[in-house]
Write a protein that binds this ligand. Structure first.
Ligand code: MN
Length: 264
């Protein structure tokens, strides 16, 4: 069952305190488009470009997430001060939650990318799809596979091309791109990185964590959701995979400064 998106965060908090939940429920927290930088994003947070990540990690731990997924554009670019990357590495490595990161169009897997920063490379709980693992990570204790096709350069690509065959009870797909119901790739005069209904359905995944849009949204005919960015949405998506085989999706509020355009 997919719980209607947009239910209040309150409802989720009440449910999270309900001890009737089974121990085997798996909680995934999904965010995207943190765009960490020392420029625009940093100015929203008094100069701290990592505030979005800190808020998301805090929420993930409060919600007792088994995994945090970041669906692209975690970094605004690869030319970032070492001090900022040191701070990101410290935040991630000190968090008690595995982080699965999909490189997006702003932070693709190119030579000299931020992912090679010493602290990030050493963070044992950070999985960069396509770099520290192949395009999938298997959490055997959860019987959960998380996969996604990383952006490997700045050019166009098809995020959900060639779905990965399921290798565990649960499977979550990550994709960073622009949803349209029926992509028309015959013209170059259109947005890049298109994701269509048929590609979403072909994954067969229990949940598809999307990134690239700042606003949260459910798209297509399956459980495919944009989380939106922390500062625009003001929330993360919380996905509960329960022992009975159901998938519930809600949003939980973040304690974070908001993007001015989100408040008008
Ligand atoms: Mn993007």
């Amino acid at each position: 069952m997919i719980t209607p998106f947009g239910k209040s965060a309150h409802m989720f908090k009440e449910m999270a305190n309900d001890l009737s939940f089974q121990d085997k429920d798996i909680i995934i927290v999904h965010s995207s488009d943190l765009h960490m930088d020392h420029d625009y994003t940093a100015r929203l947070h008094g100069g701290d470009g990592t505030a979005g990540l800190a808020a998301v990690l805090t929420a993930a731990q409060r919600l007792r997430a088994d995994v945090l997924v970041l669906a692209g554009d975690t970094f605004d670019c690869h030319r970032l001060p070492i001090e900022l990357l040191d701070r990101v590495a410290g935040l991630i490595s000190s968090a008690a939650v595995p982080v699965v990161l999909l490189p997006g169009n702003h932070d693709p897997l190119v030579a000299g990318s931020v992912y090679h920063h010493e602290g990030l490379a050493r963070a044992a709980n950070l999985h960069v799809l396509g770099l520290t693992s192949d395009e999938g990570v298997l959490f055997t204790d959860l019987s959960l596979e998380i996969w996604g096709r990383p952006h490997r350069d700045y050019a166009d690509m098809i995020p959900l091309e060639r779905p990965r065959p399921r290798s565990a009870r649960w499977q979550i797909a990550l994709a960073h791109g622009h949803y349209v119901a029926v992509p028309d790739r015959s013209s170059r005069l259109r947005p890049s990185w298109l994701i269509g209904d048929d590609e979403l359905a072909a994954t067969g995944a229990d949940y598809i964590a999307l990134g690239h849009w700042n606003r949260p949204a459910k798209v297509g005919g399956v459980a495919a959701y944009y989380s939106g960015s922390p500062e625009y949405a003001g929330t993360v998506n919380v996905v509960r995979l329960n022992a009975a085989g159901n998938v519930e999706v809600r949003r939980a509020e973040l304690d974070i400064a908001r993007e001015p355009s989100a408040l008008v």
